[in-house]
Design a protein around this ligand. Structure first.
Ligand code: G3P
Length: 218
């Protein structure tokens, strides 16, 4: 399973990329706003830090305008992945960009039928939002199961399931159990993945005992 990070905060990305766990980055207009940075500058910096796919989202709503924005974004770096919304214009833009071998992430997916259309449009990634489905009382992970099951019936289909809108470590575990290709993690959830009080307590006890032996290894 690939780990992407869902942020436009360059310092967080630098810190977490040094761990060697980051396979890519996703951003969206809200995350760019939160960063307070210019989109072209921040995407360029992120692409310098992380060699994997870096999603930059178009903000136009028509096919022609989306392609114009994609032209600008894809010039930033070769690992830029154009993120388009799950609309007819977005899917049409996806098909055109994929015909030119541009990586495309189709975002704002909330149903299996939408995911099927994105795959038919040749999307590199489909981004179903699990947390936002949970927020309205539905089960986001059921959608991941449905999409993975559906895609697995068609081995020629190369669209990767990128689980987005992740809220907690259980979302990551559940997505991995289902076999989703990618999770995009908010930085706090990535950090939570390692936490366990028994690890902290166990390490403390080992180190306290070790100190009492008076030995040193190196
Ligand atoms: O980047 C898309 C997605 O991960 C957004 O998550 O927390 O705003 O629902 P959230």
């Amino acid at each position: 399973m690939k780990f992407f990070i869902d942020t436009a905060d360059v310092s967080e990305i630098k810190e977490l990329s040094s761990s060697g766990f980051l396979d890519g980055v996703t951003t969206n207009p809200s995350l760019i706003k939160k960063s307070g940075r210019n989109i072209n500058e921040v995407i360029a910096e992120i692409c310098d830090i992380v060699p994997g796919p870096v999603s930059a989202e178009v903000t136009a709503t028509t096919y022609e305008e989306m392609l114009k924005e994609a032209e600008v974004l894809k010039e930033i770096a070769k690992n830029v992945t154009i993120k388009v919304p799950l609309t007819w214009d977005g899917l049409k833009a996806c098909r055109t960009l994929r015909n030119d071998d541009v990586l495309v992430n189709v975002t704002l997916c909330f149903s299996a039928s939408q995911a099927l259309l994105a795959a038919k449009a040749g999307a590199t990634f489909i981004s179903p939002f699990v947390g936002r489905l949970d927020d309205i009382g539905l089960n986001g992970m059921d959608l991941i199961s449905d999409i993975c099951e559906m895609y697995s019936n068609y081995p020629n289909l190369n669209t990767e399931v990128l689980v987005a809108s992740i809220r907690n470590p259980n979302h990551v575990i559940d997505a991995a159990k289902i076999g989703a290709d990618v999770v995009t993690l908010p930085p706090n959830v990535l950090k939570q993945l390692i936490s366990h009080p028994l690890t902290d307590n166990g390490l403390k006890a080992f180190l306290d005992d070790w100190k009492m032996t008076g030995q040193s290894i190196a």
